[in-house]
Design a protein around this ligand. Structure first.
Ligand code: DAH
Length: 347
């Protein structure tokens, strides 16, 4: 028995270090210590061993078992190390330069914003900016939007606590309410209060509404606002400009149409639809893209422009929607997730 046990250990000592992969190891383990293995077979011989020798032989068997288990543990650890090394690949050389991650790229919303500003600059518009933390005056009152208008409701708009004071940016009262602007139309008022007509501005920027996020809504999105004030401006000028910008951005096949609507700050007011079925993924014949109209005389009077002399048009539209049309994106949430697989497609 002793000879058989030491022969078994000798065999295991030379065989186990040569095993390369887990299946080979499992087979060897079964051969040595499995229910039909060699050690188990020797243990079964205990029954036929004379009683007085049993303690000695039992001890020998236990020792052999401990040795075998240790040899198996070492072999398994070595195989596992090999597997990990294979997963990690070749050893890392920290002195090498890091892999080239390729050139950076603009976000698709930036691309569309810049392209729209470029298109509008070509016809004389300059870019104007306004704050995202706005007062009710610029966002609503000066835009002839009464106190009971739904856009002003707490449940549609993010207001700051009454005690907030961001520096009294309004020309009106010191105790006015501050909010995150719900549209870029506030920049119209800020621009008109700053100077005299004629005015031709485009103002892109972030806006905020209490919308529940889904494929087409986000509580924070982007708009692009335009205001044109001059003498003898008509709806024809407005329609011509919209036709021009959408054809420039989306292709000359793009057509626009107006649907009558109501906005406090324009009269008449329209919603603008466009058709761009030549673009991939555009299925609907008409897609609502923004609002527009002729600046309401009340608004002019409020900022000190004589409505008898000056006329103008204004419009606002969502940048996300334009980018979704242009690039065939079907979920607004992609814009905000910073997923490189998405962003790299605009490189
Ligand atoms: N401010 C409107 C909105 O957010 C869009 C809009 C409508 C802008 C008419 C305008 C306008 O300048 O004249 O839905």
């Amino acid at each position: 028995m002793q000879d058989q046990l030491s022969a078994l250990i000798t065999k295991a000592t030379s065989e186990l270090p040569t095993l390369k992969a887990r299946p080979e190891f499992e087979a060897a383990k079964a051969r040595y210590v499995g229910p039909n293995g060699e050690l188990t077979a020797l243990m079964k011989q205990m029954g036929s061993i004379p009683k007085e020798q049993k303690p000695v032989v039992g001890k020998l068997i236990n020792e052999a078992k401990t040795q075998l288990t240790a040899l198996l543990d070492v072999a398994l650890a070595r195989i596992a190390d090999g597997e990990l090394a294979a997963q990690l690949g070749p050893a890392i050389d920290p002195t090498l330069p890091s892999p080239d991650i390729g050139p950076g790229t603009y976000h698709p919303l930036t691309l569309v914003r810049e392209e729209m500003c470029r298109i509008l600059r070509k016809v004389g518009f300059t870019v104007a900016d306004g704050p995202e933390v706005e007062t009710e005056y610029y966002c609503f009152d000066a835009l002839n939007t009464p106190a009971d208008h739904p856009a002003r409701d707490e449940k549609d708009t993010f207001y700051f606590p009454a005690s907030s004071n961001f520096g009294n940016v309004s020309k009106k009262t010191p105790d006015e309410k501050y909010l995150l602007r719900t549209h870029t139309s506030s920049v119209q008022i800020r621009t008109m209060l700053k100077g005299e007509p004629p005015i031709r501005i485009v103002s892109p920027g972030r806006v905020y509404r209490r919308d529940t996020t889904d494929a087409t809504h986000s509580a924070n999105f982007h708009q692009l606002e335009c205001l044109y004030v001059d003498k003898n401006v008509t709806v024809r000028d407005l329609k011509a400009l919209l036709d021009y910008i959408f054809a420039s951005l989306l292709g000359k096949e793009t057509k626009t149409r107006f649907r009558p609507h109501y906005f406090g700050y324009t009269e008449p007011s329209f919603e603008v639809d466009l058709t761009a079925t030549h673009l991939p993924k555009v299925k609907k014949p008409w897609i609502e893209i923004g609002g527009c109209g002729m600046v309401d005389p009340t608004v002019f009077a409020d900022v000190g422009y004589d409505p008898e002399i000056w006329s103008g048009y204004a419009f606002g539209m969502g940048l996300e929607r334009l980018a979704m049309l242009l690039y065939g994106i079907d979920d607004i949430r992609y814009f905000y997730q910073n997923d490189l697989r998405f962003l790299k497609q605009f490189a």
